[in-house]
Design a protein around this ligand. Sequence first.
Ligand SMILES: *Cc1c(COP(=O)(O)O)cnc(C)c1O
Length: 351
Amino acid sequence: MKTTRTTRSRLAETDFSRLEFGTVFSDHMVMMDYADGAWCEPEIVPFGPMPLSPALTTLHYAQAVFEGLKAFRRADGSVAVFRPEKHYERWERSCRRLCIPPIPRDVFIGCIRELVALDRDWVPAQRGCSLYIRPFVFATDNYIGLRVSATYRFMVIASPVGMYYKEGLNPVRLITPGEYVRAAKGGLGAAKTPANYAASLLPGEEAKKHGYTQVLWLDGVEQRYVEEVGTMNMFFVIGGDVVTPALEGTILSGVTRDTVLALARGWGMRTVERRVAIDEVMDGAASGLLSEAFGTGTAAVISPVGEIRHGENVAVINGNRIGPVARRMYEEITGIQYGEKPDPAGWCVSV
Ligand SMILES: *Cc1c(COP(=O)(O)O)cnc(C)c1O
């Protein structure tokens, strides 16, 4: 791949002992443009600002898609990316929904591998830290009428990260969003696209004002069924079963969600993908039938939920402590990612 190396690495001045999520970026980035009906050759250049027109169509209409995956440094010094193929599959579906021309699988994964290989010294060595990889694509026509863009830019940037929530593995508190809705059937909810997150900001701010970490979204029609959290899918342990909302087009098909379902099945637990009513969650937490709730996502891996507020009702789950299933999941997934546990499914791809 054509590569222009930086002449001023920022590696030495970066404090890896206090990484805040998404604030520091590695030395390089991938860039690849689409014009005249075809993707050009990808290139690696130094990370930095780039000139863009104020008429850039993405700034006005949000025709864009992103992904988030991680690379881990393992005890033997090697570096591996977790489930890039699965991330590509979702990327490809998101791009189709946003009318963005597909990037071949080998190009998408090749760009990630080349960037991680070049910036491998940016993959933190501490347990719990990793290199977060952010591929994204956006429309680049300079046109403020609304139409599908004829040009695009694909990029990959990377950021060394620690824990996503300041709570770490301590339980977070969630609140249902009152009148707000994140996604409706037929909309963008199943695509990893910026517009979804713009819609979530105001309810998120109101949640924080009330002392809650994140919003627990309910379905857009009846506001009765649990959907997901801003950047995580939701899981519940109900009567010993591992239960998660079914994929019906309004929530993201999480790679971590898929990983958790596969591991639970492998452990002989019953997994159920179905509608989960918020009333069932609140009642179950009160009666003890619902013994755990946790969110799953690449950034946080597993995030136990200790409290859910829904209107005037507050459910405290498992005495506001992490439960055994969430803990075992966290240990198994991170164990596989850091190369400490066997990886029979071949989820880790060496760089
Ligand atoms: C990225 C994301 C998730 C988690 O997906 P993973 O593939 O597990 O990282 C869940 N929900 C939303 C809305 C997301 O953006």
